[in-house]
Write a protein that binds this ligand. Structure first.
Ligand code: ZN
Length: 71
């Protein structure tokens, strides 16, 4: 079974979990903190970090969040 790095957009918790692909596809993985199953996959590649940087410059609240929000 593959490992997934997941983030819960509801409570901000990040965790990794070993699960079947079918469980991930069917949202059968739950946040350990709040039980939410609408989880985002966390990618840790350089390409994603670069695209996040360009995304953050588009954030309308950048002066507030410092570009760290998910906009
Ligand atoms: Zn959560």
């Amino acid at each position: 079974m593959p490992f997934y790095d997941l983030k819960c957009p509801k409570c901000g918790s990040e965790f990794n979990v070993m699960a079947k692909m079918s469980e991930r596809e069917n949202n059968q993985i739950n946040c350990p903190d709040c039980g939410n199953n609408q989880l985002e996959t966390v990618f840790k590649s350089v390409n994603i970090i670069q695209s996040r940087k360009s995304d953050s410059s588009d954030c309308p609240n950048r002066h507030v969040c410092g570009g760290c929000c998910s906009h």
